[in-house]
Write a protein that binds this ligand. Sequence first.
Ligand SMILES: NC(=O)C1=CN([C@@H]2O[C@H](COP(=O)(O)OP(=O)(O)OC[C@H]3O[C@@H](n4cnc5c(N)ncnc54)[C@H](OP(=O)(O)O)[C@@H]3O)[C@@H](O)[C@H]2O)C=CC1
Ligand SMILES: N[C@@H](CCO)C(=O)O
Length: 433
Amino acid sequence: MKPLRIGLAGLGTVGIGVIRLLRENAETITARAGRPIEVVAVTARNRTKDRGVDLSGLRWHDDAVSVAQDTGIDVAVELIGGAEGPAQDMVVTALERGLPVVTANKALVALHGGRLSRLSADRNAPLLFEAAVAGGIPAIKLVREGLAADRLESVGGILNGTCNYILTEMRTSGRDFEEVLAEAQARGYAEAEPSTDVDGWDTAHKLAILAGLAFRPLHFDSLPVHGIRDITAQDLKFAKELGYSIKLLGLSRQNPDGAPDGTIEAWVRPCMVPAKAPIAAVEGVFNAVSTLGRFSGPMTISGRGAGEGPTASAVVADLIDLARGNAIPVWGRQDVPAPVACADLAELKSAFYLRLDVQDRPGVMADLTSVLRDNDVSVHFVSQHDAATGGAHLAIVTHQVPEKAIHAAATALAALPVVTGKPLVLKIEDLVP
Ligand SMILES: NC(=O)C1=CN([C@@H]2O[C@H](COP(=O)(O)OP(=O)(O)OC[C@H]3O[C@@H](n4cnc5c(N)ncnc54)[C@H](OP(=O)(O)O)[C@@H]3O)[C@@H](O)[C@H]2O)C=CC1
Ligand SMILES: N[C@@H](CCO)C(=O)O
């Protein structure tokens, strides 16, 4: 049996995980793939670093492009990261010479997926990226294969392990943001630049890939993206009191209510989800991918969304597909569709949570409610807690209002002398399964 020979660029969390998994499960993988899968060539920045695995016997290349040019490999595996630079150069070089590519690089696929998939189709060189979305969860396979027959109405979920880990730990241990982020980095969940995670960009990359496959590619620049930096321990307390859980969601919907046919609503932001919703129970580094299909109905799969083992498992599953000759083109047999812009959210209606830090004295509530009245924001519920530093924290839950109204109200409220901090607006999202 001729082995499938791998050229691997990137020997970090995921790259080393792939080598370990291929070695530890060699017998099972060979049986399932029908042939052995072996790493034969590698590269990383630092040749002398001890990575805890034996790399002797593997051809060392000084850069990633030279791995892609190695005539002794059958597949190029890119596990460096970053949408530009060596990762992109390697993938393009490999595809141009007709070599299959496996990558876990969501930034690359989200930003350059259209061009790369056209190149992949032109050169008949498969481009596989199961690990790019939701770590160990077979999210790409779910959308592209399991649900290939259905017309999906929505797709998305909890797509970033680092943020879900941080929100869970902040809530359960009361520790602050920075401390928990450092822990997520130490566990290999976070990206090399953690702002990619906490500012929502990693979720946005994954959502763009899922929505692109389920509906059609999105102009990435049109995707509204907000991260979790503004969430405080007080918001997590209010959420519990109000019967919600705070989750960073990436969601996309085709043809939302009242919008013209073909409209795609998509966004990334922390939301309040009902504490009883199954997605609220997805905690720690776990991700959840939810779909709603006209025929398949609601579906949620969850699992570890980051870390060495789960991500390596998804990379090697792609390699097994290649070894079996099972790799399918990125958009199946159709041409790569042209991208569209995401819908403007201004007119879309939702209930919202508004947290205000305010002075605690007579007349404050009247000042606040007059701003809400002037912006047509109708209040459903209000809760007040004393702030440790004096003043008060207020949680206001609204009825359904257009997004533009709540944001205009928040801007006007921020300008009031009685409001002492930046108001926080969170969408209350009760449509996730
Ligand atoms: N970590 C995770 O849980 C997940 C990661 N991913 C994706 O997988 C990819 C890899 O992530 P991860 O393993 O965590 O990243 P790491 O930062 O742990 O590893 C990156 C590796 O790339 C190497 N590298 C960096 N620059 C270059 C370069 N110019 N030429 C060659 N090698 C280079 C580094 O070398 P050196 O070690 O010498 O510095 C390192 O070995 C990324 O695209 C990431 O988004 C996807 C899903 C989950
Ligand atoms: N940094 C990413 C890795 C998995 O894509 C996360 O935390 O989910």
